[in-house]
Write a protein that binds this ligand. Structure first.
Ligand code: NAD
Length: 316
């Protein structure tokens, strides 16, 4: 009898917990490869989180967070809302939909978007949020899933410096460096410049390693040479594209779980648009864009972009 009553009490309590609009420190929207690691770091540092993702399974992967059914719910009664989504159109939808962020967010809450999106889209988000009376920053990140996991991301911030100061304590719980790049959209412009270089350098390392392999070199030795020579870069010393050279990188995990080829292709398309708009030539950037687009069309869309090594080897 007592046991039955206790179970009933627990069930009632659970329903109340699910229905109530809980307050939390952060509402995190977009729990993908990056988002899950960033959100987990916030939880580890003692923040209370509400999370939302179109994939419920993804949202449930954040330890100890309250899973929400809409972006509106995730944005209600929190100090900071963070979006980490694939592209600008999705961020805008999540912001402005009938059950979107703007429906739930308090006027004194802060909102940041850490996705990589078109700087023009970012500027539009600044305008929409300003009209709604919400303080907003573009805060794209660099460091990949490895940096997200380690909590060492670099945040590139665009927008008001005073707002950036307020957000800093949260950013430093997910990253190691905050760079204020300028006004609205400046963070995104810096991010695109960085990813233009990243896309080119990953292809460069993959080409060099593939050439060495075809000529019969030991690839561990070749990589040691590169990492103590002038070819060294993030793609050689942190996220090497050759399986087995480094543990815990996508190349050693069947190219799963990193920075998907379709996302670097998206970033290079955005860089292309920006370059055309200002007349800057990006010869290698354009070639890199076409290489990643071709890879995506040949079955690599969801694989980490370091799979360009496998692509060059001509194996599927
Ligand atoms: P991902 O595809 O792994 O994650 C995106 C998440 O957003 C997914 O869980 C998806 O279900 C969710 N989502 C999609 N539409 C949604 C919607 N309408 N509402 C709520 N959730 C939705 O991507 P990722 O690798 O985590 O990258 C996220 C962003 O960060 C991208 O803009 C990417 O370019 C950028 N980025 C990625 C890396 C990296 O190494 N992966 C590094 C720096 C920046």
């Amino acid at each position: 009898m007592f046991q039955k009553r206790f179970i009933l009490l627990l069930k009632t309590h659970k329903n109340v917990f699910q229905q109530r609009n809980l307050s939390a420190d952060v509402g995190f929207i977009g729990i993908g490869n990056m988002g899950v690691r960033m959100a987990n770091n916030l939880v580890k540092k003692g923040r209370k989180l509400k999370v939302y993702d179109v994939s419920k399974a993804a949202a449930q992967s954040v330890t100890g967070a309250h899973v929400c059914s809409t972006p509106e719910e995730a944005a209600t009664d929190v100090d900071l809302v963070i979006t980490m989504l694939p592209e600008g159109a999705t961020v805008k939808k999540v912001l402005t939909a009938d059950d979107g962020i703007l429906k739930g967010i308090n006027k004194n809450s802060l909102l940041i978007d850490s996705s990589t999106i078109d700087p023009l889209d970012a500027q539009e988000l600044h305008k929409i949020t300003k009209e709604a009376g919400i303080k907003f920053l573009d805060t794209p990140v660099s460091g990949g899933v490895i940096g997200a996991e380690a909590g060492t991301l670099t945040f590139m911030v665009g927008g008001d410096e005073g707002v950036a100061k307020k957000v800093e304590p949260y950013l430093m719980q997910m990253g190691g460096r905050i760079m204020h790049c300028g006004g609205p959209g400046a963070g995104q412009i810096a991010k695109l410049c960085n990813n233009l270089i990243l896309g080119i350098s990953m292809i460069g390392i993959a080409e060099g390693m593939n050439l060495g392999a075809k000529m019969g070199l030991d690839l561990n030795t070749l990589n040691n040479v590169i990492n103590t020579s002038t070819g060294r870069c993030w793609s050689s010393d942190t996220c090497n594209p050759v399986p087995g050279i480094m543990p815990n990188v996508p190349a050693s995990n069947n190219y799963d779980g990193g920075f998907q080829t379709k996302l670097i292709a998206k970033d290079l398309a955005l860089a292309q648009n920006v370059a055309v708009s200002c007349g800057a030539p990006i010869l290698l950037g354009s070639a890199a864009h076409q290489i990643f687009r071709t890879m995506a069309a040949y079955g690599y869309a969801n694989k980490d972009f370091s799979a360009v090594y496998k692509f060059l080897q001509g194996q599927n």
